[in-house]
Design a protein around this ligand. Structure first.
Ligand code: G6P
Length: 594
């Protein structure tokens, strides 16, 4: 939530090229307003705007230091005054922030009493004001920042600028430093794609740490980066990590939207997901087999992958696993012991609800395995084992390719627990080969179907067994991106109430396969008998279906494939209803607040 990008450069960089472009790359984190700032003579030039950054561009301006932010509002309405950056009273300290300052009211009351006037309704503004407060009492900028970071409570990533100095700190929200040694530039950002075009060398800033970027005494060398534990004030040694992602993966290329690009990428990502170190998978398999209580937890789409895990482990590995929503997991703390194994499933590795859940599990001594896409994310650093999804950056706010990668990994793990890892990998790789035909053969059909459904108010989806999580995930995709009300049900459940909503022409998507077909189609008949318009997603057509979407049978890997046509349908519904598929209203890709 909220995106930060800032730079410090020896020779100067174009603000438009780095900050504005970087904000466009971070827009998936929040897009209700944006702003940036850079020094201009002895003043600070500030630009703020409400709305998406879209095709905004500014005149080229070369600066040696600059700071930018794209906002997902928490404290204070969406307005120019509340957009970041925020300034200290004397306009000298400029701050952008991601997260929530829980004690901001107390800090604000103190500062107001001291005569500091506030210009916004945000929690953020207390940060530059506090920095000025400490500078007014004689501290230098670095020390003023350090003291301010110790004052604020809550989760945050903060970057502050004063003259030629940039200071960043994190506590619970992501912040990463990009190092372009050749051109002597540093970048501070919420996520790597913001600066990936310029460097793939990064330093992950950990919770409780701050980075200080300042001028070197010799003008010929690069600006200096130093790291400190901001509570103790002591220096910290950091390591440069090389990221494997490339900039093409983070760009739209010939596609109109990231959503369709990422749906298409499933042609490769499902296979890439099961290319894992055998020793790692064996160790995790042993952990599962020796655990007393295995939990799968996640939020949103990742939760649906966890739900699918319960069916996959039950059928393939004959192993019971527990599935809990990340936000509800702390309520299960009493059941956790040192023998509990928790799988944390997350694309971003930054979802606050999930991180909170993991922390509660760790307090009880449970071991954590993450299934995660973003290297260096907070989750990867809290986990005992990390299974990387290898899906490349997912930019569209909706999860598509990350869902099928999660399913592929979970299916593989279930096979591994059954002692059939190689067989499982083969089944998944075989299923992955069907992806091009599912996408290419169905696109036209699905666009036509979207034309028929685009003005409907409700769409229902049903499925049994592992098709049930697909129904839930399909409904989420449709809702998130097209704003049509959609609900997923287990096949047997609709008749227990919701069938009251079926009337002439109500669309119902029926997800079935060879294992579930008989029973699910009986449920489809119940809907059809009440006038429902039946859309079948199956490997076989059936006379019950008013519309048919073919997905080849892939046995235990079915759930990986079944969601793909529904992702495409959701995409076309959004496009036909003039909704932005990449940035649906009110949403953020990485939800870093509880
Ligand atoms: C947000 C996104 C969802 C995503 C969920 C979990 O709500 O809008 O698309 O599924 O977070 O994200 P994660 O990164 O933990 O998988």
């Amino acid at each position: 939530m909220c995106g930060i990008i800032a730079f410090k450069s020896l020779n100067g960089l174009d603000v438009n090229e780095i900050i504005v472009k970087g904000l466009k790359r971070l827009e998936y984190r929040g897009y209700d307003s944006f702003g940036f700032a850079y020094p201009s003579g002895s003043e600070v030039e500030i630009m703020k705007k409400v709305g998406k950054i879209g095709d905004f561009s500014s005149e080229p301006v070369i600066a040696k230091i600059a700071i930018g932010h794209t906002r997902w509002a928490t404290h204070g309405k969406v307005s120019e005054a509340n957009a970041h950056p925020h300034l200290s009273q004397n306009n000298k300290v400029v701050v952008v922030h991601n997260g929530i300052i829980e004690n901001f009211q107390e800090l604000k009351d103190f500062l107001v009493k001291k005569g500091y006037a506030f210009r916004s309704e945000t929690d953020t503004e207390v940060i530059p004001q506090y920095m000025q407060f400490f500078m007014d009492s004689g501290k230098d900028f670095k020390e003023a920042c350090r003291l301010a970071f110790n004052k604020i409570e809550g989760s945050f990533a903060v970057v502050a600028m004063n003259n030629n100095e940039l200071v960043g700190a994190r506590n619970g929200s992501p912040l990463v430093l990009g190092v372009d040694e050749k051109n002597k530039n540093y970048f501070l950002a919420s996520d790597v794609p913001a600066f990936l075009e310029f460097t793939n060398k990064v330093i992950y800033i950990d919770d409780g740490e701050m980075a200080v970027l300042k001028e070197n005494s010799s003008p010929k060398t690069s600006p200096k980066a130093e790291f400190f534990d901001y509570a103790a004030g002591s220096p910290v040694k950091k390591q440069i990590v090389e990221i494997k992602w490339n900039i093409e993966q983070a760009e739209k290329g010939d596609y109109e939207h990231f959503m369709m690009k990422e749906i298409d990428e499933q042609k490769f990502t499902i296979k890439a997901a099961v290319q894992q170190d055998k020793n790692l998978i064996q160790k995790i398999t042993d952990e599962i087999n020796n655990a007393f209580g295995v939990f799968f937890i996640g939020a949103g789409t990742s939760y649906h992958a966890c739900l699918a895990a319960s069916y996959l482990f039950s059928h393939i590995a004959k192993r019971h696993i527990n599935v809990v929503l990340a936000s509800e997991f702390p309520n299960y703390e009493e059941f956790l012991t040192e023998k509990t194994l928790v799988f944390a499933v997350s694309q971003s590795g930054e979802t606050a609800d999930l991180l909170e859940a993991i922390k509660s599990a760790k307090r009880k001594g449970a071991k954590i395995v993450s299934i995660v896409n973003v290297m260096g994310s907070t989750l990867t650093r809290l986990s005992d084992y990390n299974i990387m999804m290898n899906a490349g950056p997912e930019i569209c706010v909706l999860s598509t390719k990350s869902y099928t990668s999660q399913l592929a990994i979970i299916t593989m793990l279930a096979y591994s627990c059954a002692g059939k890892l190689e067989e499982g990998k083969q089944i998944i790789s075989k299923a992955a080969k069907f992806v091009p035909e599912i996408i290419d053969d169905n696109k036209k059909n699905l666009k036509e179907l979207a034309m028929r459904l685009k003005d409907r108010h409700d769409i229902f989806l049903i499925g049994r067994n592992s098709d049930f999580p697909t129904a839930l995930e399909g409904a989420l995709k449709i809702k998130e991106v097209s704003y049509i009300h959609a609900e997923g049900f287990a096949g047997g459940e609709l008749k227990h109430g919701t069938i009251a909503l079926i009337e002439e022409g109500t669309p119902a998507i029926i997800i079935s396969d060879s294992r579930t077909r008989k029973q699910t189609l009986s449920n489809a008949m119940e809907i059809k008998a009440r006038g429902g318009f039946i859309i079948g997603v199956d490997s076989e057509n059936n006379e019950i279906f008013d519309y048919f979407i073919k997905v080849p049978e892939a046995g235990a890997a079915n759930s990986i494939l079944m969601i793909i046509p529904i992702q495409i349908l959701a995409y076309y519904l959004a496009v036909l209803r003039n909704c932005d598929p990449d940035k649906p209203r009110n949403l953020a890709k990485s939800v870093t607040v509880k």
